[in-house]
Design a binder for this molecule. Structure first.
Ligand SMILES: Nc1nc2c(ncn2[C@@H]2O[C@H](COP(=O)(O)OP(=O)(O)OP(=O)(O)O)[C@@H](O)[C@H]2O)c(=O)[nH]1
Ligand SMILES: [Mg+2]
Length: 196
């Protein structure tokens, strides 16, 4: 898929404001600092569309980006950030969970997992998506930080630990652009089957 346009639409902080207008959406979830906003920027070829930071917990809202005027990428708040309140320890008690469960046009959740480490929270996230039968794909991030051989080995480990097949884990990098084409092709296919 070619990105012809990408623009910021809006951000929401309350469940009631979550957009329900039927436009197909692809959401990005994962632990704070895993690289959600950076990967969105790389996918659309804009450096500063989604705000990124080395300080974890930056994205606190549901941020919507309109792509090619046909679908949306949704940047969700990260989970597992130590400074969230006690009530947020249940990872889907907050806005991210509300978005996933209430969005009427969510096509796929991209679950981002750092290629170098994953946590129980990532496993819980996948269990949650499987339980609610929400389509997902695992994107292993920051693959530029490891050698090719170590990336392959880690993908195998991740598949085993997360209980998903290796082909559902895409190695990506917001630095090199690795994996971006695969993600965009996936979106393209998903939109096509939806239109039929
Ligand atoms: N080397 C490398 N660094 C990355 C990559 N992706 C993100 N980073 C860095 O990781 C840090 C966090 O990236 P963000 O994109 O802001 O992460 P996020 O998941 O959106 O974080 P929150 O919004 O806090 O949940 C930044 O310093 C990025 O530059 C990558 O593919 N490779
Ligand atoms: Mg972010």
């Amino acid at each position: 898929m070619k990105i012809k346009s990408a623009r910021y639409l809006t951000s929401v902080t309350e469940k009631d404001k979550i957009l329900q207008d039927g436009v197909p959406e692809f959401a990005f979830v994962g632990r704070s600092n895993v690289g959600k906003s950076s990967l969105i920027n790389k996918l659309v070829g804009q450096k500063r569309l989604a705000k990124t930071s080395s300080t974890p917990g930056l994205t606190k809202m549901v941020n919507y980006f309109v792509i090619n005027e046909t679908f949306r990428l949704v940047d969700l708040p990260g989970y597992g950030y130590a400074k969230v309140g006690k009530g947020q320890q249940d990872i889907w008690a907050g806005l991210m969970g509300e978005y996933i469960l209430s969005s009427s046009s969510l096509q796929t959740v991209f679950v981002l997992v750092d290629i170098r480490n994953f946590s129980q929270l990532d496993r819980d996230m996948l269990k949650f998506l499987i339980y609610y039968q929400i389509p997902f794909m695992v994107l292993a991030t920051k693959c530029d930080k490891l050698s090719k051989a170590r990336v392959n080995a880690q993908i195998k480990t991740l598949a085993g630990e997360l209980g998903v097949r290796e082909e559902f884990i895409v190695p990506t990098s917001a630095e090199s652009g690795q994996g971006c084409e695969r993600v965009l092709d996936y979106i393209d296919q998903k939109l096509e089957t939806r239109g039929q």
